[in-house]
Design a protein around this ligand. Structure first.
Ligand code: NAD
Length: 557
């Protein structure tokens, strides 16, 4: 198939689709894999808005514009194993001489010199065609749809269940805002954890998308109807999920007026981006779209004021006994800027629930079957269950995921794994490819939200024991360790999750193509990557991480 035929078949804007099967289009699986994953990110079943090349998380893009995307595809089709492609904020800018064990693609997205690292400066560059927002896995081509955050959200609700609800969420109600690309995982995670869930989104299309992907059970346009259904379900102990089309601030206000205090309150609107992410209270969605273009300043002012109001209601819920936590969208920061001075009285989900996992080098490990055949994921799930017979939590998760998760785009799986486990899983997958038990190579990656790859003081590194929250040497070291280790593609981004000025983070993907070279790279990368989490938390003084330094023989002094 020549370049034109390839584009006609897989990449006619805005209809994108990854090739499947075991025939190469590029020169090797090391370049076929990023090519397929880039197109998969933009598949209409995966991306939130392929028209704008937006994958998820507000305006997180996979490529800067359709022309830049075509250029990247052309380069990936032609790249050999002695060269690597450079991507600067979603555009190919050069090819450098490297070697077969080097990453094939180096990606840098949305990075700005600290004093210039603001949304205003970014927007200027973006409107001049010089930048795009890469979010985390959008611009680094390893987004797998809402499943990508499903287990993290499930783990968070389960940790909350253990900490505050004696291990049981039956007869408990969770209320949250935002049912977009990532927020859309909340209803399924909540019901998997045994709770009743009410999710509120201003955009009906977003809820309808979750209905189609099987992540939510019902949609309602009326507050009264939604309220009646969730209260009945809560009383009966039914783990069901309801999406209500409304403004989240208004809904929390009405719940308070009606004396309904949910057991858990959180939020996943795209609060990190006050211009394109959060819809201000009191205006329709259509008015919001128009105002975003015509009146930037007024839109932003209204958005942060609405977030202050929204957080004010969350704080009131907290005073009435709800367990309230920030779920990684920088809502507290925006609310503070909008005038809610007590916003940070709400705890962040990482210090509350996730940091102990980071101390074990654990994080959102994921993999994708390039064959496109769901059976390949079933084979990897079973291989893991067999290889880790004592890991009850992992087995429970994989069994639940097999039953409940509908795939979006290429079949994929998320499973939080830690030090030692990731390397073992990676080698196992490479052997499945080598022996022909799966039909094509497996892509192995993770979210940037991981144990040792992020500096984000309002999220992953909030309230570090030694006060090193804002030190971003760590994600840079992570990038270097994975580049040196031989990942297939690596990335370094700014602003993911929480917006411009608030985070820096690194991504990595390594491809199991069944070769010895892949096994060597997998062993290095999947050792280095979780080890970075242990190094980071050991250095900050966490005893669990210090113990892991000896458990995993990581001590170096
Ligand atoms: P998205 O942009 O796809 O979805 C955001 C949703 O919020 C949209 O559906 C939008 O209609 C809705 N919304 C906006 N204003 C609203 C309002 N006033 N009332 C009700 N609904 C409103 O984003 P996403 O991918 O779902 O990510 C959501 C947020 O979570 C982002 O800030 C992202 O950076 C963050 N995030 C968190 C994690 C984590 O692990 N906790 C991971 C990834 C992303």
């Amino acid at each position: 198939m020549n370049y034109t035929e390839f584009i006609n078949k897989y990449a006619t804007h805005p209809v994108y689709q990854a090739p499947t099967g075991n025939q190469l289009h590029a020169k090797s699986w090391q370049t076929e894999a990023p090519l397929r994953m880039l197109l998969n990110n933009l598949d209409g079943n995966v991306a939130e808005n392929p028209d704008e090349l937006v994958v998820y998380g507000g305006t997180g893009q996979a490529a800067r514009n359709p022309e830049a995307l075509l250029q990247i595809i052309k380069c990936l089709l032609e790249l050999d194993e002695y060269h690597s492609l450079l991507i600067q904020s979603g555009k190919a800018v050069g090819i450098v001489r490297t070697h077969p064990e080097s990453p094939r693609v180096f990606i840098a997205n949305s990075n700005l010199v600290p004093v210039w690292a603001t949304w205003d400066h970014f927007e200027k560059l973006k409107s001049n065609g010089l930048m795009m927002y890469g979010q985390m896995t959008a611009g680094s081509w390893i987004y797998i749809g809402s499943q990508g955050i499903l287990q993290g959200t499930y783990q968070t609700f389960v940790a909350c269940r253990m900490k505050y609800f004696k291990g049981d969420l039956k007869h408990k109600l969770i209320v949250s805002g935002g049912l977009g690309g990532m927020g859309g995982a909340q209803p399924l995670a909540a019901t998997m954890a045994g709770a009743t869930f009410l999710g509120v989104d201003i955009d009906p299309e977003r809820i309808i998308k979750r209905l189609h992907s099987g992540y939510i059970d019902y949609i309602y346009y009326s507050y009264e109807e939604a309220k009646e259904v969730v209260l009945k379900a809560k009383e009966q102990g039914d783990a069901i999920s309801v999406g209500l089309v409304a403004d989240i601030g208004d809904t929390l206000e009405r719940l308070l007026t009606d004396g309904i205090i949910p057991d858990i309150v959180t939020d996943q609107t795209s609060a990190h981006d006050p211009l394109h992410g959060y819809v201000p209270n009191g205006i329709t969605l259509e008015e919001a779209y128009a105002m975003r273009i015509a009146e930037h300043g007024m839109y932003k002012a209204l958005a942060i004021k609405s977030m202050a109001r929204h957080v004010g209601f969350m704080l009131e819920m907290k005073r009435h006994g709800s367990i309230v936590f920030d779920y990684g969208n920088n809502l507290r920061e925006m609310a503070k800027q909008g005038g809610e001075k007590n916003a940070f009285d709400i705890n962040g989900f990482i210090p509350e629930f996730i940091r102990p996992l980071f101390c074990d080098g654990k994080g959102p490990f994921r993999w994708v079957a390039l064959s496109g055949d769901p059976e390949d994921i079933r084979i990897t799930d079973n291989a893991l269950i067999e290889a880790f017979p004592d890991s009850t939590d992992m087995i429970n998760w994989l069994v639940k995921a097999e039953q409940k998760v509908k795939f979006q785009g290429l079949p994929a799986r998320i499973c939080w794994l830690g030090m030692g486990e990731r390397e073992k899983a990676g080698v196992l997958f490479n052997n499945l490819v080598k022996s022909g038990r799966v039909k094509a190579p497996i892509v192995i990656g993770r979210d940037h939200l991981d144990c040792g790859s992020v500096a984000s003081p309002n999220r992953e590194t909030e309230k570090m024991m030694d006060g090193s929250d804002a030190v971003s040497d760590w994600p840079l070291l992570n990038l270097m360790a994975n580049t040196g280790g031989g990942a297939t593609w690596v990335s370094f981004h700014h602003g993911g999750g929480v917006g411009m000025g608030f985070s820096q983070h690194a991504g990595m993907v390594v491809v199991a193509d069944g070769t010895e070279r892949a096994e060597t790279c997998i062993r290095r990368v999947l050792y280095n990557d979780p080890a970075m989490g242990i190094f980071r938390h050991n250095d900050a003084g966490y005893i669990k991480a210090q113990d892991n330094m000896s458990t995993f023989n990581l001590s170096f002094k």
